[in-house]
Design a protein around this ligand. Structure first.
Ligand code: XMP
Length: 516
């Protein structure tokens, strides 16, 4: 285990991922955690992340120097490097000099940390103060124009640090430096592999649920719930029942992917609730986006809970369904303040015949995993690649990609156009470059066109391909013209009701990714 101490910058998650890429398990802890508590977790090494630009900044978080005496290897990056220098008796000068962005670093003495790294290379910096003298017993390894001490190590004590950010993509040889620390200085073993991750989770879930517990899992059609279910299925077999609510707002082929391919790949017991009619009736006559979302959310909960009740009623006499599986990921856990325990949630039932409140214990097999690890585990468990690599898709589905009232006919039109856009994107090999590619039907708009021999009066669709890291911000994707051309030609030829294809070139902000 490697602990990444989060000093409040956005880098801790990235560091934790890079450590795992070096096949060593990592977890993030807040800087407010006492050193004794960190040590109680038994870490093989500790990494101090970046943070504010100066250890002298007002309110800058400090560090208990006891951390350096606890017998565990410590690696400081950026702010963490300065804290280390300060805590060990070196000098951090308020030079006022700043280095931001790409910076040239000169390696004077490679030592263990910078072994095999070129003497001159580019790294990513963001700091104000500089370390001007290394602590006693430390070897200075590198410098930059503005920083006399940009890296140091004391291999005997297992302590090392760099002023730059080895975890970011723009830093050359960053992963190599991190691996030198983990493998050669801290002596971490490379045991965090995808095969082991899956095995470990299966064991953990088996222990949590016990030999006679039963669980329910809602499948959304996305990768997280599918992988979570696949892991639990491996752990407890058909004591798991999955529920998939078909609200009729999915894209072409997606329901079949779950109903047929997911079940074939995992052998999961699946209940499919065909609720299309119920959803469309509830949505009839509604075109306001927020009202649509509310209706879809409400109907979804009702339907899912009714399915839960049926499963509970039909499970073998004497057994109780006590567990609810959820696809919570590690970033959600970190962002909501961490915590390692399991929590209970209450499910409020509107359906008669059972207690008002049913209490479930949550089962969260992906709680320690990042999205890219979830995908690799999904592949390892043999899930269909279209499912594993699926783009994010909103819960309300195509319901918020039809501008205007949602009807069966409009959904069918949009499904055809969307399937063409997806197929062409895949054929062009661009799936993994594009974050999401909504196709939006302007159902209340018509424009004049000419198709075949005659005048038409059809609907436009909007293509909305975007690039993004986290959906908080996004840019419109520069999809090659020839790919756009094929999509446009095929949609207007193959979907009779559509006679115009447009591309949305708005970034987020100001536009959101979805149109509603
Ligand atoms: P916007 O449109 O706000 O979307 O830029 C950001 C991300 O969230 C997805 N999204 C949703 N996901 N339920 C979901 O599960 C929703 O109601 C919902 N609305 C938007 C959207 O697809 C994008 O990835």
């Amino acid at each position: 285990l490697v602990l990444v101490v989060d000093f409040g910058a956005q880098y801790a998650q990235l560091i934790a991922r890079r450590v795992r890429e070096a096949r060593v398990y990592s977890e993030i802890v807040p800087h407010s955690m006492p050193v004794a508590e960190m040590m109680a977790m038994g870490p093989k090494a500790i990494i101090l992340s970046g943070g504010p630009s100066s250890v002298y900044a007002e309110g800058a978080p400090g560090l208990d120097p006891a951390i350096f005496e606890a017998g565990t290897a410590v690696f400081g990056m950026c702010y963490g490097f300065q804290l280390m220098a300060q805590g060990l008796g070196g000098t951090v000068a308020e030079t006022g000099a700043r280095e931001y962005g790409r910076t040239r670093v000169h390696v004077g003495h490679a030592g263990t940390l910078l072994g095999g790294v070129p003497t001159e290379h580019n790294v990513w910096m963001s700091h104000g103060d500089s370390v001007t003298a290394a602590p006693d017993g430390f070897e200075v390894l590198a410098s930059t124009a503005g920083t006399p001490v940009a890296a140091f190590e004391n291999v005997d004590r297992g302590l090392a640090g760099v002023q730059w950010h080895p975890e970011v993509l723009h830093t050359e040889h960053g992963q190599k430096v991190l691996e030198h620390f983990l493998w050669d200085i801290a002596g971490c073993r490379q045991t965090w592999t995808i095969g082991n991750i899956a095995e470990e989770q299966i064991e953990r879930i088996r222990a949590q649920i016990g030999t006679d517990g039963r669980a329910i899992c809602g499948l959304s059609g996305g990768v997280d719930s599918a992988v979570a279910a696949a892991i639990v299925q491996k752990a407890i077999g058909d004591r798991l029942t999955c529920v998939y609510v078909d609200h009729g707002l999915m894209r072409k082929g997606e329901t079949e992917q779950i109903e047929r391919d997911f079940v074939a790949a995992t052998g999961t017991k699946l209940v499919v609730v065909d609720a299309e009619k119920q959803f469309l009736e509830a949505l009839a006559g509604v075109s306001d986006p927020e009202t649509k979302r509310k209706i879809i959310g409400r109907e979804f909960i009702r339907t899912f809970e009714a399915a839960e009740v049926d499963i509970i009623k039909s499970s073998p006499a004497g057994s109780t369904v006590k567990f609810l599986v959820q696809g919570t990921l590690y970033p959600d856990v970190v962002e909501s303040g961490g915590g390692t325990g399991t929590s209970n949630i209450k499910s409020h039932h509107n359906v008669g015949g059972l207690p008002d409140d049913l209490e479930f214990e949550l089962v969260e097999p992906l709680r320690t995993l990042f999205k890219d690890e979830v995908r690799l585990v999904g592949e390892q468990l043999g899930l269909p690649p279209e499912l594993v690599w699926r783009h994010p898709f909103p819960g309300p589905g195509l319901g918020i990609r039809i501008i205007g009232e949602v009807t069966r006919e409009r959904l069918d039109i949009l499904r055809e156009a969307d399937a063409i856009a997806r197929a062409e994107l895949t054929a062009a090999g661009l799936d993994r470059d594009i974050w999401q590619f909504p196709v939006v039907l302007l159902a209340d708009v018509r424009s004049v066109g000419v198709q075949g021999d005659g005048r038409t009066y059809g609907h436009p669709v909007v293509l909305r391909p975007v690039t993004s890291e986290d959906a908080m911000t996004a840019d419109w994707a520069r999809v090659p013209y020839d790919v756009l051309e094929r999509i446009s030609t095929r949609i207007t030829n193959e979907v009779r009701e559509i006679n115009r294809v447009t591309v949305d070139i708005t970034s987020k902000p100001p536009g959101t990714i979805e149109w509603e």
